[in-house]
Ligand binder design. Structure first.
Ligand SMILES: [Zn+2]
Length: 341
């Protein structure tokens, strides 16, 4: 599924890193001849961080400003420029690196100024190393994440309740990608742990025996004509001005049915006045997450104008041994970082 919030027809092109590498010295005594190929040695050392003046707007925290000063990954042009897999970026938000090769004429000017003869641009793909950061704080009213969910398990035409299901999760370990475009035979994985409790409506009711997770990786891209003063996934779209926008793509992940092994526990107290019910049940499952290889995953990053973040969404369908029992579905969505090592 793809969604797209349109923005007004405006565009902003911002140079956030410029590195000059003069090659006059190696070409100083060379008279260019037509039909001859010249190899010109030059060397760029791309910095890990951007100059501090690049981010000079108001930021909600020093951590956000530090994030804005990290070199962002190439985004949104890789599939066109290099013929590699889609990176789930909208065409409106791109981070592009290129080598600009300019030929200047210094001989024919009377005042010593240089006249540009021609300029050529060569795209390059940059994937900076990214270390794992602290887990994202998830607000209970977050529009992007949901770490807890509960729902009645019900059956029959009249949806009579069999009990209450609760599920909770936490941000899993970061998914590590290698810092090369060639990722053959590299599995991109993590594990999603989900804690589940079931409080039966009557003591005779047994908890559901199986669970079928439906999993997606959600690649979210935030961008704007004005710099972000907060982490965009900590904000709500209703607070944005008209020149900020959001795009996501959901990538389906493979999953298998799991057998649930329950243990009995004390039920959660509803209130001081209401007696707690009989025995409840709890269990934990570890769901293996493997990203498909036919996409290009840019590491999680936040720059002044563009952010890329990811979430794992798990829709959990519960089934009982007894086919007369109904099924119930709970949805969870947790942040997950993709880092480059
Ligand atoms: Zn900034």
């Amino acid at each position: 599924m793809v969604t797209h919030v349109p923005v007004p027809v405006n565009s902003l092109r911002r140079t956030f890193l410029r590195m000059d590498s003069p090659v006059h010295e190696s070409m100083q005594h060379v008279e260019l001849q037509p039909g001859i190929q010249y190899d010109i040695p030059f060397k760029f050392i791309v910095p890990r961080e951007l100059p501090v003046h690049v981010c000079h707007h108001k930021c909600c925290s020093a951590q956000l400003q530090q994030e804005h000063l990290n070199l962002p990954s190439s985004l949104g042009h890789a599939s066109n420029s290099f013929g590699v897999a889609h990176d789930m970026a909208p065409k409106e938000a791109q981070v592009i690196y290129e080598i600009a090769f300019t030929i200047w004429d210094t001989d024919n000017s009377k005042d010593g100024s240089m006249k540009k003869i021609q300029e050529y641009n060569f795209p390059i793909y940059i994937l900076p190393k990214r270390r794992e950061l602290a887990p994202v704080f998830v607000h209970s009213r977050s529009g992007y994440y949901r770490l807890n969910s509960q729902k009645p398990l019900s059956k029959g035409l009249f949806r009579s309740s069999l009990g209450l299901l609760r599920a909770s999760t936490a941000q899993p370990s970061a998914i590590q990608i290698p810092t090369t475009l060639s990722r053959d035979n590299v599995e991109l994985t993590t594990t999603l742990r989900v804690d589940i409790t079931f409080e039966p409506a009557h003591p005779q009711i047994k908890p559901p025996s199986r669970i079928t997770p439906t999993l997606h990786l959600k690649a979210m891209t935030f961008w704007g004509m004005e710099p972000w003063e907060q982490f965009p996934d900590q904000t709500h779209a209703s607070t944005w001005d008209a020149r900020k926008a959001y795009w996501f793509e959901n990538i389906p992940l493979s999953s298998n049915k799991l057998i649930l092994h329950w243990r009995s526990c004390l039920p959660a107290r509803k209130s001081d006045h209401e007696p707690s019910c009989h025995t409840a049940y709890m269990t934990s499952i570890d769901i293996p997450i493997v990203l498909p290889g036919n996409y290009l995953y840019s590491p999680t990053f936040h720059s002044c104008f563009i952010s890329r973040v990811y979430a794992l969404s798990a829709s959990l369908s519960f089934h009982s041994h007894d086919k007369a029992h109904g099924t119930s579905r709970l949805s969870l969505k947790t942040p997950v970082q993709i880092i480059a090592t």
